[in-house]
Design a protein around this ligand. Structure first.
Ligand code: F6R
Ligand code: MG
Ligand code: MG
Length: 365
């Protein structure tokens, strides 16, 4: 059975500030998607949140970029924005950058990760959702999962993974893409994906079966809007088990609270803390950045689950480390490298302040 799994997300309003989603907004989304399931447009769905981001997880047979699915997501965000406006939530409709739907939500603000595949006998899916960070945050975890034998022992000892995986990398500034084969091209791959603000792993494929293994959202809000409107807060879908890395191999990279850009005003480096959904409530300095993960088994497109994967106690040390790193970084205040480098600050609110002071600069002798 060919299934499309679509994860489409947007920040349509925060509660309180940018720290959390309001239950009424989630309830409205639930209502919209239940109707679409009743009309058989969706096979199944799960509505959730990560911090102030509304997450629509949907299965259907409309294919990737299916106009009816994108319209459903857009209309759901519009309806939820109305709820957010009525409650005067903060930043209501923040990520909806267009007045009208234009056939796809891509380029209109929401983040999108979609994949179409033939459902396996047992189809294990892990969905990752981040808040207070940028698209590109998945580069290091995806590298570790699909190319690093120190993380994924299956690459070494499982015959069905030994040929490795192919990484599709997007240059989101130049609008170009390139594919690298791991393991033989990992040094070339790392030249680019080590710079995650520009080069992003869009998708990963099994090299022997050509099956899609992972897909991520690469929408950068600042590049779409041409100004700072909030962080991308990206999502990523990973297929697991069998010819793909096991659940534990997929989750293992998140034991490192890797440094990502985002946090307060989208202008700081901070540790990515793995948390259960209910703990995706970034409050300290509007952070630190969070990642949550829901696991499902698919059965004829039905989402059996979710399991809240980072609820497990084995991620306690990573959370502790993230808090320690947060303490350390915060002591740098407005200084780099806690604050982002100047080039990245171009996409924040700082240039407006700098512009005011332009005339005060005089030539050096
Ligand atoms: C970061 C984020 C917050 C806001 C900050 C100011 O992604 O969303 O840190 O940038 O709370 O928010 P505004 O400008 O909406 O008052
Ligand atoms: Mg927000
Ligand atoms: Mg957010």
């Amino acid at each position: 059975m060919t299934i499309t799994l679509s994860v489409i997300k947007a920040d349509v309003g925060g509660y309180v500030g940018h720290s959390e989603s309001h239950p009424d907004v989630l309830a409205k989304a639930e209502q919209c998607l239940a109707k679409a399931k009743g009309e058989r447009l969706l096979i199944d769905y799960h509505v959730t949140k990560c911090g102030d981001d509304l997450q629509l997880i949907m299965t259907h047979q409309q294919g990737e970029d299916g106009e009816r699915i994108h319209k459903l997501a857009w209309d759901t965000f519009v309806d939820c924005t109305q709820v957010a406006r009525d409650l005067k939530l903060h930043g209501a409709g923040q990520d909806l950058l267009s007045d009208a739907f234009t056939g796809t939500v891509k380029g209109l603000g929401p983040g999108v990760a979609e994949m179409e595949f033939e459902e396996r006998v047992a189809e294990t899916i892990l969905i990752f959702m981040a808040d207070k960070t940028s698209a590109g945050a998945w580069n290091m975890p995806l590298y570790r999962i699909f190319a690093d034998p120190f993380n994924t022992i299956g690459l070494v000892i499982a015959a069905n993974m030994h040929t490795g995986f192919a990484f599709e990398v997007h240059d989101i500034k130049e609008h170009k893409k390139i594919t690298f084969n791991a393991p033989e091209e990992i040094y070339d791959l790392l030249v680019f994906i080590g710079a995650p603000s520009r080069y992003m792993v869009k998708a990963v494929y099994h090299r022997e079966t050509k099956e899609i293994a992972a897909v991520s959202s690469t929408q950068r809000l600042s590049l779409i809007a041409g100004r700072y409107v909030g962080k991308d807060d990206p999502v990523c879908v990973v297929r697991s088990q069998g010819q793909f890395p096991a659940v534990g191999e997929v989750l293992e990279p998140f034991t490192l609270p890797l440094l990502v850009e985002g946090w307060m005003r989208g202008s700081h480096h901070g540790p990515l803390m793995p948390v259960a959904i209910e703990d995706s409530t970034p409050t300290r300095f509007d952070g630190p950045p969070r990642v949550a993960s829901l696991g499902f088994q698919l059965s004829g497109g039905k989402l059996v689950g979710p399991r809240d994967m980072f609820g497990d106690k084995s991620f306690d040390n990573a959370r502790q480390q993230a808090n320690d790193i947060a303490d350390f970084l915060r002591r740098h205040g407005p200084f780099e490298p806690h604050r982002l480098p100047l080039e990245e600050m171009e996409y924040t609110t700082m240039p407006q302040v700098a512009k005011k002071l332009e005339g005060r600069f005089v030539d050096l002798d």
